[in-house]
Design a protein around this ligand. Structure first.
Ligand code: GMT
Length: 374
């Protein structure tokens, strides 16, 4: 197939999923064309089937807000026509689904019918999408897509709750490349971080308020009172200065490391004992899946789609959002040497259910079904 993929090129979960999907499809022999405003962060391999088309947004003094959506729609029209694409797959509804709708209408005037598939990722529905500023456009463009997928049952349900959707939404969960995300031998790194064999807790996120990084730090401070431990924080975002201040107030700075945005998260996960994800909302929790693939059990909230991934009492524990005390007790249970090996093994077993080799064929089948229906 000749497939167009539209996504955000940044480190966010939706861009990562879109890029990894495109890479895998290219390895399977499909021609994959990425259309976005800069080279996707994980588009880091050369493959003869992979193509990248940059969307340029001309500036003009009149434009307080450069019209990205129009430049994107024009680029889609051009690439669909010139590369004779079979399907356009857009990741994250805003503004990709409405730009694809416009491109589809323009192509119709040229007697070209391009099937559009929209994958919903989470905040495009649960936070940003349902805001009144966007809701009518999001509803319309989802209903106008030829195929719609969501990354969890929970996101599918929430989409039907928040929007008047007439379309079927198929659930295709996120996936993991178990060759990249596996526990590697990094003993020297572990020795440097926890020289006295302290337990290692890890959190990775974009440090937005929805991730409740404050809970991460409060959980860690309590765990640390009970057993020698260290906390590694990967990622960066608006909440970081507040979190640094909190660490100073709690006098735990010597045991907390802010590592910033890292490419090779799997190296940090390879030395971790526990992953923390206390999020307020989380449609899937790709970062938790990455941890589990590296044999790291998860303490999480039970928000959104997390319980579909993190099995309570098996691969970790889930608790109500904000239940910091319960999360501390559960963390101590997992970190007990009598329990830790069992939780680590179960986390890896569960991650295998989301192996890229099992999930990508679901997208291929879905593309074919939507193309055949046209
Ligand atoms: O919240 C993020 O980390 C970014 C956001 C995105 O769109 O990039 O992530 C969403 O999509 C990911 C990939 O499908 C999911 O794993 C995340 O759970 C989801 N985030 C939220 O729902 C808050």
């Amino acid at each position: 197939m000749r497939i167009g993929i539209v996504c955000y090129p940044t480190f966010g979960g939706s861009g990562v999923v879109a890029t990894e999907l495109g890479k895998e499809l290219a390895l399977k022999g499909h021609k994959v064309h990425f259309i976005t405003y800069s080279q996707p962060a994980r588009l880091d391999i050369f493959n003869e089937n992979l193509f990248y088309h940059e969307v340029y947004i001309p500036t003009y003094p009149l434009f307080q807000y450069p019209p990205y959506e129009l430049a994107l729609a024009s680029k889609m029209v051009d690439i669909v026509q010139f590369e004779k694409l079979d399907v356009l797959h857009v990741h994250y509804a805003i503004p990709h689904a409405s730009a694809a709708y416009m491109a589809k209408q323009i192509l119709r005037t040229k007697d070209i019918n391009i099937p559009v598939i929209t994958t919903l990722h989470g905040t495009d529905i649960t936070l940003v999408g349902k805001d009144a500023s966007f809701e009518p456009v999001v509803t319309f463009s989802i209903n106008q897509s030829d195929g719609v997928t969501a990354v969890s049952d929970s996101l599918r349900t929430e989409t039907y709750e928040y929007f008047q959707i007439e379309k079927d939404i198929a659930v295709i969960p996120n996936f993991i490349n178990l060759e990249k995300f596996r526990r590697q031998k990094k003993e020297h790194f572990r020795m440097a971080i926890s020289p006295n064999d302290e337990k290692l807790l890890v959190h990775t996120s974009n440090f937005r308020s929805v991730k409740r990084v404050e809970d991460v730090i409060q959980i860690f401070a309590e765990v640390r009172r009970n057993m020698p431990s260290k906390l590694l924080l990967v990622g960066d975002g608006p909440e970081r200065p507040k979190m640094e201040k909190l660490c100073r107030e709690l006098q735990i700075c010597n045991d907390v490391r802010f590592l910033g945005k890292l490419d090779a998260v799997e190296e940090v996960l390879s030395i971790a004992d526990l992953f923390l994800m206390p999020s307020e909302k989380e449609s899937f929790g790709l970062a938790a899946l990455e941890a589990m693939a590296c044999e790291v059990p998860v303490i999480s909230s039970n928000a959104g789609g997390i319980p579909e991934l993190n099995i309570d009492g098996v691969t970790g524990f889930t608790s109500p959002v904000g239940a910091v005390g319960e999360m501390v007790q559960n963390a101590l249970t997992i970190l007990d040497d009598a329990n830790l090996p069992r939780f680590k093994a179960s986390a890896l077993e569960r991650a295998k259910d989301f192996d890229i080799g099992k999930i990508v064929p679901k997208y291929e089948e879905f593309y074919q079904k939507i193309i055949d229906e046209q």
